[in-house]
Ligand binder design. Sequence first.
Ligand code: SIN
Length: 283
Amino acid sequence: MTMNLHPLHVQFGAQITGVDLKQSIHDELASSLRQCLADHAVLVFPNQGLNPAQFEAFGQVFGDLMPQQFKQYTLDDFPFIGFNSTNDLPRKNGKLQVRGENYHTDHSNELCPPRATSLVAVQIPSVGGDTQFVDVRQAYDDLPQTLKQKIKGVRSLHVLQSSRSPRSFTKLSDEERAKIPSHAQPLVIEHPVSGRKALYLNTGRMEGLLGMPEEEAYDLINLLYEHSTQSKYEYRHRWQVGDVVIWDNRSVMHQANADYDPEEFRYLYRLMVSGDALLAANA
Ligand code: SIN
């Protein structure tokens, strides 16, 4: 079998065919896949239909697996495999309250956020429920030089839920809440493999910008967020059962959609690959 790569967007994303992720992944293939993820930021493997054990083995190609935050949404026999299921979602006025429904990067309040997150589509509604990605490397590259200078070296405190969060997060017990860290993250990061710079944004978790007056900070965050989420930076993944998608949390933001019939069932396995502390971009 030969691995084939088809671009999904002019700037990022690749569909990979000619690999069977159910078989053990030899070192040469593993190394190519890691490089592909660093370069293309989102990889789509159609029609793989992995079971939890095979999915775990796939995730380990990219690094150690990171424990899921919500134990109640984790498979009993596979503590690193979570699930996104319609059955667990609250409803408001008949609409599903989907987790991850605005662009974000996962667990940005951790000192070492996950380097990658991956999903396997087990059951998908007949229409809707896509996942969208935006390329925050290209969004950074396209900023005017004056703005690049302004945000150089700036950091933001990422917390459990920002006081200006556009969405509510899963309710936690006091004990769970006490374990959630906060961390100051660079506004511009540098990818440790590709060397590319990227905006690091998460409006649900960013508590202003360090050393900047509150209104000015949120105006700047909102401007960068609006810029980064333009449709020209977006790849929208329309799921098919059996798809495996993995993305690099240091190169893209992603968002879920609650636009499907709440009576239909949507169920995906989810895992995260452990990451290192983020690198601040210096130039
Ligand atoms: C997420 O991880 O933010 C959810 C993605 C999805 O279910 O589409």
